[in-house]
Design a protein around this ligand. Sequence first.
Ligand SMILES: [Zn+2]
Length: 176
Amino acid sequence: MELSKNTYSLPIKEKDLKAITSDPLTHVGTDRFAIDFVVSEGSVVKAAMSGKIIYVKVDSNSGGDEIKYENFEFYNHIVVKHENGEYTEYGHLKFNGSNKKVGDQVKEGDIIAYSGNTGFSEKPHLHFSVFVLKNVDLDFEKLPLEKDYFINDTDFGFETVKPNFKQGQIHTNPVQ
Ligand SMILES: [Zn+2]
């Protein structure tokens, strides 16, 4: 099991947290270390470590557990680049749920977005992962951003790693 090099803080407020789960259907393969933080829609989403915003999409206003929502266009998310070649992703964000822009520097704990239920999602939650790109020395920032680039993208060697959290080990349970 590969653990992240960086140490991260939780991307949500602990008081907002209802459960921590790992979707057995979607958190598989290269996405296996993704974590779902179950929080109400509109909960604050915080940068888990300082870094630079390199991707923002918050233009979708729909989501659900129907197959059609697997299409990336429905999925709002943000990606932050950190030191050591690691990235964090924050997904299913609320429609217009961020005023951050590509290139913005963020500090650990800064509010970067509000959670939602967009994209392929059966209930409001924050999808969070720490990932690396194994196959390229290419800087992720320079990749074409319109591409459905990182979910299971073998070209780039997208791979989640187990986040090393300041708060300690996070134990996930399968979604009920
Ligand atoms: Zn998820």
